[in-house]
Design a protein around this ligand. Sequence first.
Ligand SMILES: *Cc1c(COP(=O)(O)O)cnc(C)c1O
Length: 353
Amino acid sequence: MSRYFSEKFAELEAYVPGEQPKDQQYIKLNTNENAYPPHPAVAEAAAEAAKTLHLYSDPECAEIRKTLAENMGLTPDELIMVNGSDEVLNFAFMAFCDKHTPAVFPDITYGFYPVFARLNQVPFREIPLLENLKVNTAAFRQTAGTIFLANPNAPTGIALSRDEIEEILQTNAYNVVVVDEAYVDFGAESCVPLIREYENLLVTRTFSKSRSLAGGRLGFGAANPELIRDLETIRYSTNPYNLDSMTLAAGKACLEHDSYNTDNCRRIVRTRERTRYAMEKMGFEMTESRTNFLFARHPDVGGEELYRKLKEKGILIRHFNVERIRDYNRISIGTEEQMKAFLQACSEVIGGK
Ligand SMILES: *Cc1c(COP(=O)(O)O)cnc(C)c1O
């Protein structure tokens, strides 16, 4: 830290993204990227848009917002487009939390929430997951704070039903409830159909996981137009050109070929279930994942040890050095071929015990 760094950030610990080592070719099962590249039309659209990079991008994101609204049965004023859904999550901490309105989220969830709370200097309260790693929905009644719920949750992969979230919305009518649906397309119930009924609901989504666009940095928020306007005030006060022309064009092309994405999600879910079955036979215990990853532990191998031994074999998975989940690893679902290599490496590690 330089002596010029503002003391208000002295305690800030930045988010640590999954490692991207370059020392050798790894099978990357550590950052939940989509196993498949985007539709070819996406690269073509981005290349076309690159020809007008001397001009600013459209701050209203009008075209993609219209396409997305049609795709989801919403109106464009119910949507805000952002540079990865992390951006709209940060905006929500800025817009809906302050020293009287703390952020409230589970103790084990997306690691960015406490980082955003500290960055924005707002207090936060963590509600412990139940023993079985499920969200303790009863403890989320009348919290008097702004709630952040990843659904399905990360890194556990466990989803709440729409009814369970609806109860949280009803019992927190005075505060915003943010539902982070980064993984919803892999088998959970979306809360988007509830945004017209609950004016305190903000749903955030990303193109990074189910739409193969992690490197494009594209996400969005869906909520009633009034909440969206608050978020737009923050966006226009931060960076009205938060999305570049290539990403806007790529995202639109991606939506125009959305059945390609849906098919890939289905394939990933099938691979997930096959991988789960094979891992169960090896003795792994797993949560019921509704995502593109599995969250697993093995009675004979520690979490850190499995992570390290797989890395030696050229396979990256994600281990969290966090008390309650230290025995676990999060394993992104890759292609069938990648998962075969993963299973083979696991059986070598476990067989060698
Ligand atoms: C990946 C992820 C995000 C955000 O991803 P972006 O790439 O910024 O869109 C948000 N929440 C959770 C729980 C995630 O896993």
